[in-house]
Design a protein around this ligand. Structure first.
Ligand code: GAL
Length: 416
């Protein structure tokens, strides 16, 4: 198997290998769209209309109970760190999945793994990168908290002769990014939107829009993918936007400029945080009339924010039924889907992304150029990239997609 081969190669290449992962910090807004046409929007699975009957529930207990800034498995003495990994934060459960999968992939054969998190702090992210550079890494795998702020860290790595792999989120506004490993982010948004479209009947359906962090380039791609599917259905009256004047003002436009996206995302951002998402939802429901409620459709950008928003809508007596999207197939949201409290999620098989990142790193360690299937413009250059597909998951296919694929164990959930 290629992946196994890659891991073995990594072993052979590195006397004692260690992985380090770190975090990041947020800043400005960027605009990176995949250059390649390879980003066809995948239609969401047309599955049973999951009517999230909405019992109010305690908002998403973050899987990431851990808020430790760094998790370090002691490295063997005299070891040489060939690859350094930096992840954004433990406060967003998604990154715990990546940490787990990196550990699995690299320690299975008895590797020592060092994983560091930047906890949403760009200064800490940069310090983490510098620490890795000091240890002599040859390849840096970094998922930036803030795509633009991370450019400085990438520049430093480049100066030290270290290859930079942007992991999941694109580092913007620098030419010091050698490769980008990602999922098809436009398809993520398209799947979310398609789910809402598939479940809407008639016209005038209330639509509530929420987005990720403006410092994360992915938030733009997700929104762009969703808008492409939703906009014609807003224009034809199927949906009526209830919580964003900026989006409503642009409803006739099939394609939005980056600046227009900035305006909308600025208004409906959750910053990827549960509490911000809840606050927004609370405010939106307060501003809405009973006629704006009833059966509602909610574009929530990921699972953590989806659970917070779902709980808030569920607690409103005038909300009778809600459809809410998500992303990441976090365990807590998988349980919500089984329980009928979240309608869908978009499954991103982190095992694949981790494998792609390791293969690219190995290829670089061997002095080769990793194969790329697309390019993403980061505001400065077209970054060669590989992107993997995503899967729309709701109650109807949750078992097939997540249990039968061995991503999770059936025993992780109740009521399956
Ligand atoms: C995105 C990532 C998503 C989700 C989100 C919040 O950049 O692609 O999978 O995790 O951040 O952390």
């Amino acid at each position: 198997m290629r992946f196994k081969g890659a891991v073995l190669t990594l072993l052979a290449l590195i006397t004692s290998s260690i992985l380090a992962a770190c975090g990041s910090t947020p800043t400005a807004v960027p605009t990176a769209a995949p250059t390649a046409a390879a980003t066809a929007a995948t239609p969401a699975a047309t599955t049973a209309a999951t009517t999230a009957a909405a019992p109010a529930a305690t908002t998403a207990a973050t899987t990431a109970a851990a808020t430790a800034a760094a998790t370090t498995d002691a490295a063997p003495a005299n070891s040489t760190l060939a690859v350094g990994i930096v992840l954004p934060t433990k406060d967003e459960p998604r990154w715990i999945q990546d940490e787990t999968r990196f550990r699995e992939a690299l320690t299975a054969a008895g590797y020592q793994v060092e994983i560091l998190f930047s906890q949403g702090d760009s200064a800490k992210e940069k310090a983490n990168v510098e620490a890795l550079l000091t240890k002599g890494i040859k390849v840096l795998i970094i998922c930036p908290q803030d795509g633009t702020a991370a450019a400085a860290a990438a520049d430093e790595a480049r100066k030290a002769g270290v290859k930079v792999i942007s992991y999941d989120r694109l580092i913007r506004e620098t030419d010091a990014v050698d490769y980008y490993v990602t999922f098809d982010s436009l398809a993520v948004g398209a799947n979310q939107a398609q789910y809402l479209v598939d479940n809407a009947k008639g016209t005038g359906n209330p639509l509530y829009l929420y987005a990720g962090a403006a410092s994360d380039n992915n938030a733009f791609l997700f929104f762009e993918g969703a808008w492409k599917v939703l906009q014609p259905k807003i224009a034809d009256g199927t949906f009526v936007i209830k919580n964003s004047k900026e989006a409503d003002a642009l409803k006739a436009k099939a394609e939005l400029t980056r600046e227009e996206q900035v305006k909308i995302i600025g208004q409906v951002t959750t910053d990827w945080k549960f509490d911000v998402a809840k606050k927004h939802a609370d405010g939106d429901l307060t501003n809405a009339t009973a006629a704006d409620k009833g059966t509602v459709f909610i574009l929530a950008p990921n699972d953590g924010t989806a659970r917070a928003i779902a709980d808030t809508f569920a607690a409103d007596k005038d909300v009778k039924t809600y459809y809410v999207t998500g992303q990441d197939a976090e365990k807590a949201s998988v349980q919500y889907i089984i329980d009928g409290k979240q309608s869908m999620t978009v499954f991103k098989d982190v095992r694949v992304e981790v494998k792609d990142a390791i293969e690219a790193a190995v290829s670089m360690l061997e002095g080769k150029t990793p194969t790329s299937t697309s390019k993403y413009n980061n505001g400065k250059i077209d970054v060669p990239a590989t992107q993997s597909p995503v899967i729309s998951v709701d109650k109807a296919n949750v078992k097939a997609a997540l249990i039968d694929s061995n991503y999770y164990q059936a025993s992780d959930f109740t009521g399956l």
